[in-house]
Ligand binder design. Structure first.
Ligand code: SF4
Ligand code: SF4
Length: 137
C-alpha cells in the first residue's frame, strides 16, 4: 500500500466536523444494541427517532444538512463515545480514504486532525480496516 513507506499522522482535535457532515452513520445490529444498552444504562434520552433500516442487519442514522448526528452532545462530544460504531472509531482510516495519497490529502481538507500529531504505522491502519463490518457488502 502507498502508506507503507509514508509517515501517516493523525490526531483528533475534537472539532466535531465529522459528526456534522451530511450523510449517514451506519451501524450494525450488534453496534446498535450496544449503543441502546449504553444509552439505557447512562440515562441518555434516546435521540434516534430518524434511524432507518438499510437492510437486514444494517441501520443508518441520518445526519441532516446543516445539522449533526443525533448522538452528538451539546459540547460537541459523542454521547456514546465508549461504544461508537466502527465507522466513527475507524475514521479517518476508511478504505475509501486510504486508497491513495490523493484521497488521504483530499480528506485532510475536511478533517483538521489529518497530518497532525501521532504517527500511525501501516500495520495499525490495516488492522483497523480489517475490522470493517461492511467489507463484504
Ligand atoms: S473532523 Fe477530524 S479532527 Fe474533527 S472531530 Fe472528526 S476526526 Fe476529529
Ligand atoms: S455516533 Fe458519535 S462519533 Fe459517530 S457521528 Fe455520531 S456523534 Fe459523531
Amino acid at each position: 500500500m502507498w502508506y507503507d513507506q509514508q509517515k501517516i499522522c493523525f490526531e483528533c482535535t475534537g472539532c466535531g466536523a465529522c459528526c456534522k457532515r451530511h450523510g449517514e452513520v451506519y451501524v450494525t445490529d450488534k453496534e446498535l444494541a450496544e449503543i441502546i444498552n449504553y444509552m439505557d444504562t447512562h440515562h441518555i434520552t434516546n435521540p434516534l427517532t430518524h434511524i432507518r433500516q438499510e437492510h437486514e442487519g444494517l441501520w443508518a442514522i441520518p445526519i441532516p444538512e446543516q445539522g449533526a448526528c443525533p448522538l452528538l452532545g451539546k459540547d460537541d462530544r459523542c454521547t456514546v463515545h465508549e461504544v461508537k460504531p466502527w465507522q466513527c472509531r475507524a475514521y479517518p482510516f476508511w478504505p475509501e480514504v486510504m486508497q491513495s495519497k490523493d484521497t488521504w490529502t483530499e480528506e485532510g481538507l475536511f478533517c483538521e486532525g489529518i497530518n497532525q500529531g501521532k504517527e500511525h504505522p501501516s500495520s495499525e491502519i490495516e488492522a483497523q480496516m480489517k475490522d470493517d463490518p461492511f467489507m463484504d457488502d
